[in-house]
Design a binder for this molecule. Structure first.
Ligand code: ZN
Length: 446
């Protein structure tokens, strides 16, 4: 199959009149400066699909349900109690239905692969399902129904706090021991679709001991993801336990390198920022969720100047929007520093700089090639050039317009592994997926 675009964002920058040749879901050839042949499908402007490095699919079902002011000191930890009560009721079928809506929405906004940080493993009473990968199967079903690329990150979770504290009742659906987790990883592997990637995710330094961290990361040569330094209270507890901050501890005690993605990494000293940037790991930033939960602001300017890798994630899925994550990242810097156009080198487009960084970082974090390159999956997004946000647009302002000025309707088509999944901004199975979601939420919340 050939797709032809008036303009496409290639690794070297914007190019005109680009033919993209696709076979077996992958890009075979990219030919700028070519005419549209009769067999090719003609479109306007193409950008590569982005990877979403951090999602908890089921949390889409509680989006907007925890926005009422409770205690004066409401924070991440009180939100977590609400989240625990919501997930207490979910069956594997519920998880599949809610996650399918989240994945359809990801595709509609330009995310073509998701890193699912999957920790809801056990039955409602905390017992193991007969199949240890029962709920992983629900995630796979959602990925197959929507067509999104999947990097599955089964989560190891064993403790409630630093120093191997006993877990709390609300955490019973997450828990594994090391043998059980190894079985869960293998059972998950057997269910994966063709171009899925399998990694592991030790949940956080709160939830795993150093010995468990070493054992879990030895289970795979795929990506390793961990939550780190999202909350000040977590940083203080880590210092009390070990004398080091979470990212400092990881950099000293684990071999943090290009296989690793540190999710959030919000609270960093300058020394941690520079060392993390030099480690080759990715900082998996989730600025919309971090704003919603009142987490804090990542030191992005210093980290990018030091050569650090970033990618974005939708985490709690409070609002799924690839452009919004990049916008929130830049705006958090502007609000805290009272300056403009911060996260780009002098003279460069902020939107394009952040998009390029997030594209490369997500590829590394999710274990896949990205962009318009031979051999990469044919994950392609076309922009709706009839949208007023793009009026009169010349190519090198398009990403700034998409990220900073666009609203709903800026995306036209999305191909995932060469298959058309979004047409005129809407997922091809949206009505089926949304109807099922309405039914499930009606029962859960009714
Ligand atoms: Zn998370």
């Amino acid at each position: 199959m050939d797709l032809w675009f008036e303009n496409a964002l290639l690794p070297a920058g914007w190019a005109e009149r680009v033919t993209v040749r696709i076979a077996a879901g992958r890009i075979v050839e990219v030919l700028p400066g070519t005419d549209c042949t009769p067999g090719a499908e003609r479109h306007r402007v193409a950008i590569p699909g982005l990877g979403n490095v951090h999602s908890h699919g089921f949390q889409r079902g509680m989006a907007g349900l925890s926005e009422r002011r409770g205690r004066p000191d409401d924070d991440f930890w009180s939100w977590r109690e609400i989240m625990y009560r919501f997930l207490d009721r979910l069956t594997p079928e519920d998880i599949a239905a809610i996650t399918a809506l989240a994945y359809a929405e990801m595709l509609e906004t330009g995310y073509t692969r998701v890193g699912e940080f999957h920790y809801l493993h056990n039955d409602i009473d905390g017992g193991r399902y007969a199949d240890p990968a029962e709920t992983a199967g629900a995630i796979v079903a959602a990925a197959e129904q929507t067509g999104i690329g999947l990097t599955l990150l089964p989560v190891f979770y064993a403790h409630s706090d630093f120093g191997g504290r006993l877990p709390k009742p609300g955490q019973r659906r997450f828990l594994s021991d090391l043998d059980g987790f190894a079985a869960l990883v293998e059972a998950s592997r057997a269910k994966l679709p063709a171009d899925a990637v399998l990694g592991v995710a030790p949940h956080s330094l709160r939830a795993v001991t150093p010995e468990e961290l070493a054992a879990v990361t030895a289970l795979t040569d795929g990506p390793i993801h961990i939550h780190a330094a999202e909350q000040v209270k977590e940083v203080e507890a880590c210092e009390q336990w070990s004398g080091a901050r979470p990212v400092e501890w990881l950099l000293h005690n684990a071999e943090v390198d290009a296989r690793w993605t540190l999710i959030h990494a919000t609270h960093l000293t300058d020394a941690e920022t520079d060392r993390l940037a030099g480690s080759g790991a990715v900082a998996g930033l989730c600025p919309v969720t971090e704003a919603n939960l009142g987490d804090g602001i990542f030191p992005a300017e210093r980290y990018l100047a030091a050569g650090g890798w970033i990618a974005t994630g939708t985490d709690s899925n409070i609002q799924i929007d690839a452009a919004a994550e990049l916008r929130a990242l830049e705006y958090s810097q502007r609000l805290s520093q009272r300056r403009r156009a911060i996260l780009a080198p002098e003279g460069a487009s902020v939107g394009e700089t952040l998009f390029d960084a997030a594209l490369a970082g997500a590829g590394q974090a999710l274990g896949v090639e990205t962009g318009f390159a031979p051999g990469a999956p044919a994950d392609i997004v076309s922009l709706n050039m009839d949208h007023p946000s793009f009026a009169g647009a010349i190519a090198d302002t398009l990403l700034d317009r998409w990220i900073f000025a666009g609203r709903a309707g800026t995306i036209d088509c999305v191909w995932r592994a060469g298959t058309l999944r979004v047409v005129r901004g809407e997922h091809v199975a949206r009505s089926v997926i949304a109807n099922h979601y309405h039914k499930i939420l009606g029962r859960l919340l009714g």
